[in-house]
Design a protein around this ligand. Structure first.
Ligand code: PBG
Length: 327
């Protein structure tokens, strides 16, 4: 036998020489769920280890993460029902706690990278990412709301906007609005290939943002989020986002869509992000809590595998746990 691949696995030192990729906290983004008020730290039953935080608690969390070398955060708001309406107007309201919380975090940690969520659903009484009218999602009207929301977020100090709504034309609409108002340095991480997935359940519990069953509209997002059966269609979305000025392209979910991550990595030159979504994290947590999997091994292997598949950036509820184990 001339070739024996096992020779390169013989000792830890040799395995180290042969290791192809390395995952460090600089690739990771920690999601934070924000709520109004102070002193709030509410557990989310379907996503153990993740909490809804008021801004004072979020500041503590950011500080702890920064000390571990984890510098990027994606923020999501839980909006009280009485502030929701059909057009998501609270998303750009001067009194929006999400915007003021981002400003406070940015002031306290200027070197942190803050990523926003641009979509109507947390603010929409219909729980949809676009304006609902006569059983339809109004794509182009929604773009105007997204522009106002995105500008308010840029003004609040977000470094990167994260359009997660899947309306056609949103990246260009945001880019134009940002540039016109002098925010040419604010980036866009587009949820390029976001699938109509069953794995967003715990997130929708956390934000109380599930789509509402209407008389004329179903409680799903299949007319705007992508069909899980499609991979080549992700390239259409990717080409559009490149033309429209996206700085990062995202695939979401991550674990179940690794082929899409690799395809995007092969086709586009901007960094590729993968969103390891709530349901994918919850699955692993549940198996570990049952003693069926070992968290200490399964969690880092999961994140490493996403990086190997082509994700330059990984958004994951395990970011802080991973960083803690790197020290
Ligand atoms: C909504 C949005 C969703 C997630 C991020 N932004 C859910 C949805 O589309 O209903 C899901 C993230 C997760 O499950 O962790 N614009």
């Amino acid at each position: 036998m001339l070739r024996r691949p096992r020779r390169n696995r013989r000792s830890a030192a040799i395995r180290g020489l042969a290791q192809e990729i390395h995952l460090t906290p600089q690739h990771l983004v920690q999601p934070l769920f924000l709520v109004e008020g102070s002193g709030v730290r509410e557990a989310i039953p379907s996503l153990p280890g993740t909490f809804r935080l008021s801004v004072d608690e979020a500041l503590k969390e950011v500080k702890a993460c920064m000390a571990l070398g984890l510098q990027s955060f994606i923020l999501f708001p839980k909006i009280p029902d009485n502030k929701k309406d059909k057009r998501g107007t609270f998303s750009y309201d001067d009194d929006n706690f999400y915007l003021s919380a981002a400003a406070e975090i940015k002031a306290a940690f200027p070197e942190a990278c803050l990523i926003s969520d641009v979509a109507l659903d947390p603010y929409s009484s219909d729980g949809h990412d676009g304006i609902v009218h006569d059983g339809k999602i109004l794509n182009d009207e929604t773009l105007h709301v997204l522009q106002k929301m995105g500008l308010a977020q840029a003004k609040a100090g977000f470094d990167i906007l994260g359009p997660s709504d899947m309306m056609d034309g949103r990246v260009e609409a945001l880019r134009v609005a940002l540039d016109e108002e002098g925010f040419s340095d604010t980036g866009i991480m587009s949820y390029t290939a976001k699938y109509a997935s069953a794995f967003y359940g715990p997130f929708r519990d956390a934000l109380d943002s599930a789509p509402v069953e209407g008389e004329d509209i179903p409680a799903d997002k299949k007319t705007y989020q992508m069909n899980p059966a499609n991979r080549r269609e992700a390239l259409i979305e990717g080409e559009l986002d490149m033309l429209e000025g996206a700085d990062f392209l995202m695939v979401k979910p991550a674990l179940h869509y690794m082929d899409v991550i690799l395809t995007m990595k092969q086709h586009f030159e901007v960094p590729i992000a993968a969103y390891h979504v709530s349901g994918e994290c919850a699955m692993l947590m549940a198996a570990c809590q049952n003693g069926w999997l070992d968290y200490e091994q399964a969690m880092p292997e999961t994140l490493l595998s996403l990086h190997r598949a082509g994700a330059d950036v990984i958004i994951t509820y395990f970011a802080k746990d991973f960083a803690e184990r790197c020290g």
